[in-house]
Design a protein around this ligand. Structure first.
Ligand code: DUC
Ligand code: ZN
Ligand code: ZN
Length: 501
């Protein structure tokens, strides 16, 4: 056969299988052959995988880039882009490919409460165009589901823009939807085959706890976690599962952090509801002591939901990955700088020295580059999950769930998006420092963690974009992908009352 690239002698892993001594033949950016000793009549390039693992390129389905945080908007003025989400499409996707991620799904966020979402989508297209190192798609964040948006704009979002998922928040004053509004979104989402992603935390408990913690001067970063015990996530998770059951529509609970919420998702799945779960490396590899560092340094690990105190929560997350409760592991890359007035330092500006006030610390962590290597090293190579499970949660399932038909597997017809790892015998384990990463952020919450392997090559549509520690791809190579509807099970036509939509 005539190939542009053949990768020889890999241990090829998909979500179901492992083939040793396997070659992959690539033509025009697509995988055209997979098998032993492929015969090449013509071939421009060969790579020797040296027997190492080859896995599908990572699909990170929860990444915030170039997104302005509402809390940084003062008197209606949006500050410069060096604010909350300090990675742009340029720096964020550069970081992604350096960590083996070949597709990101980022957020186009409705900002003003009554803003039409069409210009929002157009604006994010402008921010990303010619800026991305990897392929990308958008979810839309809905903060005000007006009838015009859910009835007129949702169909356009799906048909004209290829966006088949929305995210909504049950917390954060400027963003949260009431249950009534959530039902409005679900009603339309069901009709159109949209997957609804939900940030599930009980807003009133958080506000009440924050107020009362401040009265007791318990304001240091660590108490961000105190204000949001696992029950905060569990209550909202259970509530939104009830709403989804009423509406018979699929939802994905994003960034699940604790055991009690995991159990609600598991129970719903056992009842065969189309409820999907996502978790993130910070809930698998970190505990709340990371928020206790220094007087204020713990702010680096402030995110919502918070990193949990109890090892039992972390264990529940790992168990949920193994037993299938969590369909996807995303990074929730929501990076802001530590040493920046609109970054984590906001918690000090508005609070008292030396601890500041956690209420003002922007929530979120960088992690788009570390997600895939962390799960490979700390999951597969530490014996906690199988190579197939790793592929399933980091690539195959996010591709299926979000309708990325040509992504997420190694088989003829799929895009040649691949990670070639180092042969284990040739790799020297190392401890991560932030200087090794390619994002625009001045810290990593995973500083000091040992990595037993790292992507040797990242390949997107047959082109090497990362090789031996260097980003060799070009900004602008990444393409926007119009998505199909979810390939995972959707509505069941099972109803809780006589009402039908
Ligand atoms: N929710 C996210 O999805 N990301 C960062 C912060 C948040 O609350
Ligand atoms: Zn969220
Ligand atoms: Zn997020």
């Amino acid at each position: 056969m005539d190939f542009d690239l053949v990768i020889r002698n890999g241990t090829v892993v998909t979500a179901s299988d492992i083939w040793e001594s396997c070659d992959i033949g690539i033509k025009d950016g697509t995988i055209v052959a997979v098998g032993p000793r492929l015969l090449a009549t013509a071939c421009a390039q060969e790579i020797d995988a040296e027997g190492a693992f080859i896995t599908p390129g990572g699909v990170d389905s929860h990444v915030h880039l170039s997104q302005v945080n509402r809390s940084t908007i003062t008197n209606g003025v949006i500050p410069d882009r060096e604010n909350y989400v300090a990675d742009t499409y340029d720096t964020g996707t550069r970081s992604a490919v350096a960590g083996g991620t070949t597709t990101v799904i980022t957020f186009a966020s409705q900002m003003k409460k009554d803003e039409s979402i069409i210009p929002v989508i157009e604006n994010y297209h402008k921010l990303a165009k010619d800026q991305s190192y990897c392929d990308y798609a958008f979810h839309v964040i809905i903060t005000n589901p007006t009838p015009q948006i859910v009835e007129d704009e949702f169909p356009r979002m799906v048909d004209e823009y290829g966006i088949t998922s929305v995210k909504l928040y049950m917390t954060y004053k400027p963003m949260k939807l009431l249950d009534y509004q959530i039902l409005d979104v679900m009603y339309s989402a069901r009709k159109l085959g949209i997957t609804t992603m939900v940030h599930a935390e009980n807003a009133d408990i958080i506000d009440w706890m924050t107020q009362h913690l401040e009265e007791k001067l318990m304001t240091q970063p660590y108490h961000h976690g105190t204000s949001r015990p696992p029950i905060v996530e569990a209550e909202a998770t259970n509530r939104v599962i009830c709403l989804a059951e009423l509406m018979d529509t699929p939802i994905l609970l994003v960034h699940i952090s604790g055991g009690p919420a995991t159990k609600h998702i598991r129970d719903a799945q056992t009842r065969l509801l189309p409820i999907y779960g996502e978790t993130c490396p910070q809930y698998m590899f970190l505990l709340a002591d990371s928020m206790r560092k220094g007087d204020f340094e713990g702010a680096k690990c402030v995110c919502s939901p918070p990193i949990r105190e109890d090892k039992s929560d972390q264990d529940a997350i790992w168990a949920g990955i193994k037993n299938g409760t969590f369909n996807v592991v995303s990074s929730d890359h929501a990076p802001c700088k530590y040493n920046h007035p609109n970054g984590k330092q906001r918690g000090l500006q508005h609070g008292n020295l030396p601890y500041g006030k956690f209420r003002f610390i922007p929530n979120g962590l960088p992690g788009v580059e570390t997600r895939v290597p962390l799960l490979f090293s700390g999951g597969v190579l530490s014996g906690r999950i199988s190579p197939q499970k790793f592929v399933e949660v980091t690539s195959t399932n996010p591709a299926k769930l979000y309708g990325l038909k040509k992504k997420g597997s190694i088989a003829p017809g799929f895009d040649a998006d691949l990670v070639i790892w180092y042969s284990q015998t040739k790799f020297q384990p190392f401890k991560l420092t932030n200087e090794m990463l390619h994002h625009a952020i001045d810290y990593t919450p995973f500083e000091g963690i040992e990595f037993k392997n790292w992507p040797r090559y990242t390949i997107i549509r047959g082109k090497v974009v990362f090789s031996h520690g260097e980003v060799v791809g070009e900004m602008g190579y990444g393409q926007f992908i119009q998505r199909e509807k979810s390939l995972l099970p959707g509505p069941r036509d099972v109803w809780l009352s006589e009402w039908r939509p």
